[in-house]
Design a protein around this ligand. Structure first.
Ligand SMILES: [Zn+2]
Length: 203
């Protein structure tokens, strides 16, 4: 998720860079097991070393560079709970368990956006966003990124405040995954924000 200049609170653009093709599919595993290929992929994308594996009260796997605070874990649960509620209202049934998801918490490559507001984001290769309004010179700042669909994982940046932003980013990145499992055509139309579109996709 990034925020462009002059945008209002209600028209935040959210970016997702989907790197699922570089991650082999594996079955989900019980407990705190985190697939090593998934961790390697997250480390390659972020440049971070992930050292901590834990879970939220509702059972989301969380992999982080530092031990996450309890209120951060709670914020992750809130974001997914809201997403699952919206998804059920749309009649979706697949992949609506907290344990279906792994959230990586990486180091923020910036903590303020161009408007000077608190906005912990991760810098990633521009790829399809090259030359777009998001392009910062070969990279873009994203609040979140989908890393894989099976197992389902995305990465967000560390926050020390404004934890409602964590809930939003989790809800928005999770939205791509829920669509992938429940409405592949809507997923395909909304996955690449360089062609327009933002979050929430599901109202
Ligand atoms: Zn997105």
């Amino acid at each position: 998720m990034i925020r462009a200049k002059g945008m209002t609170q209600f028209s935040r653009l959210v970016l997702v860079v989907c790197l699922a093709t570089v991650v082999p599919s594996v079955s989900s595993q019980p407990g705190r097991y985190v697939n090593p290929m998934l961790v390697a992929s997250a480390e390659r994308v972020t440049g971070d070393r992930f050292r901590v594996a834990t879970s939220t009260p509702n059972g989301v796997s969380v992999v982080a560079i530092n031990q996450p605070r309890q209120d951060v874990l709670n914020a992750i649960d809130r974001g997914l709970a809201e997403l699952f509620d919206v998804a059920r209202r749309h009649g979706y049934r697949n992949h609506l368990n907290f344990s279906d998801y792994t959230v990586f918490i990486g180091r923020a490559d910036r903590t303020k956006n161009s408007a000077g507001e608190y906005s912990p984001d991760i810098a990633v290769q521009a790829a399809q966003y090259a030359g777009s309004v998001y392009d910062q010179g070969g990279f873009i700042y994203a609040a979140g990124m989908v890393l894989a669909f099976n197992p389902s994982a995305f990465v967000i940046a560390e926050h020390d405040r404004d934890l409602s932003r964590i809930s939003n980013v989790v809800r928005y990145e999770g939205e791509h995954i829920v669509l992938y499992y429940n409405d592949r055509s809507l997923y395909a139309r909304t996955a690449d924000h360089s062609r327009g579109g933002s979050h929430p996709i599901l109202q």
